[in-house]
Write a new protein. Sequence first.
Length: 132
Amino acid sequence: EALDKINEASPKLLAIQLLAVRENEELEFIHALEQAAGGLQQEIALMTANQKDVSTWEREIPFRLIVSGDFRNVVEYLDAIERLPYSVLVETVDVGKPRQEREETPPGTVEAAITGTIYWQKAERPAALRDK
């Protein structure tokens, strides 16, 4: 009976696990963030020094994103992050004036600091969590 429950849950667990950033595929995640940013200025920081093991094959990695541009574009960026094919847990969003305004900074420019967590998975993981 326990084995039946595990077999029943495996496809659901696999679907969730597919949202993790995979080992050796971190650049795809960064590229997806860059694509989402469009014309916004963006800084990406994965705080791997503060990562936490969730299991022997998975880690939580905190991140910080800073984007600046037109308010509407910043909101569209947040929407794009939500639609990424990754589990991106946004914890805080602070929007305000840019930290460093320059002469060429267009009026109405805002800056958003976004913090959260992504999930990272080793290439070596249990068979039930691998793509079929």
